[in-house]
Design a protein around this ligand. Structure first.
Ligand code: 5GP
Length: 254
């Protein structure tokens, strides 16, 4: 049996060559990391849950006309995606003060922001993903002004849609990180949403109790991380059929 060629390994996912040109297989690991890889661990079942949660969200966004890299889920831990040229910018959307903005600006965690705020960070592990401005992004050619406009308007649409989706299941969307890519079709290019959307890259708080239901449980050693991800999946109506027994997924990958 031939092994698939691995094209990239990140902290939480592995990308393999896909079955057709222009496609990749995105494999979700249980590995978790925080603080630029200084803290590492395993959250059992996380990969299975994030595969499902991200599939669900990407499909809903596709339905409202937002282009994404997602093609279809292949199995418990893998999804087929379109190969894109990743733009090296992390787009953060914030609705409520938490995490780095709370620290940087001395805001109490949980304070609603005057309006949704977008921030850009340059993707670089060596530099610890520094925050950058539109000026940096366009001057260094990481994205053109048009691409940046497109990313910003897509990020706001994602925020509007997901805020409503989560409020409907009793969850407050505090903030999240998006990544975008260039999808080429001969000489035509369009910007699509890439990576994943899951409790790994969103802050999700229970709207009644403010309990954290995201990776901050791991970052801050709060415990119950896997259970919190399961609860997000359960509220979205997508807990794997066999329940937690299904979470481990295949032990051996080819
Ligand atoms: P903050 O800047 O407050 O640390 O993060 C803002 C939001 O972006 C949070 O929802 C956080 O989970 C997400 N985020 C920031 N940096 C990263 C990163 O390097 N990886 C992932 N998966 N999410 C991130």
């Amino acid at each position: 049996m031939s092994r698939r060629r691995q094209v990239y390994e990140g902290k939480a996912k592995v990308l393999f060559e896909g079955p057709e040109p222009g496609t990749l297989v995105q494999y979700f690991k249980d590995d978790a990391s925080a603080f630029n890889n200084q803290k590492k661990g395993v959250i059992t079942g996380k990969g299975v849950l994030n595969n499902r949660i991200s599939e669900f969200i990407m499909l809903r966004l596709g339905e409202i006309g937002l282009p994404t890299h997602f093609v279809r889920r292949l199995n418990m831990r893998e999804q087929l995606i379109k190969e894109v040229e990743i733009i090296p910018i992390e787009v953060m959307v914030r609705n409520v003060a938490a995490g780095s903005i709370a620290k940087r600006l001395g805001l109490p965690e949980g304070q609603a922001l005057p309006r949704s705020i977008i921030e850009y960070y340059y993707k670089s592990d060596e530099l610890n993903d520094p925050m950058v401005s539109e000026e940096h992004i366009t001057a260094f050619g990481w994205a053109t002004p048009n691409e940046l406009d497109e990313m910003m308007s897509m990020a706001l649409r994602v925020n509007d849609y997901l805020s409503g989706l989560f409020i409907g299941v009793g969850i407050r969307l505090v903030d999240f990180k998006l990544e975008f890519g260039r999808l080429w079709n001969n000489d035509d290019m369009r910007i699509v949403l890439a990576d994943e959307i899951s409790p790994d890259n969103c802050r999700l708080w229970d709207s009644q109790t403010n309990e954290k239901m995201d990776k901050d449980r791991f970052r801050r050693d709060l415990g119950g991380t896997a259970e919190a991800y399961q609860e997000v999946a359960r509220r979205l109506g997508i807990l794997p059929e066999g329940g937690p027994r299904d979470m481990k997924g295949p032990a051996v990958m080819q």
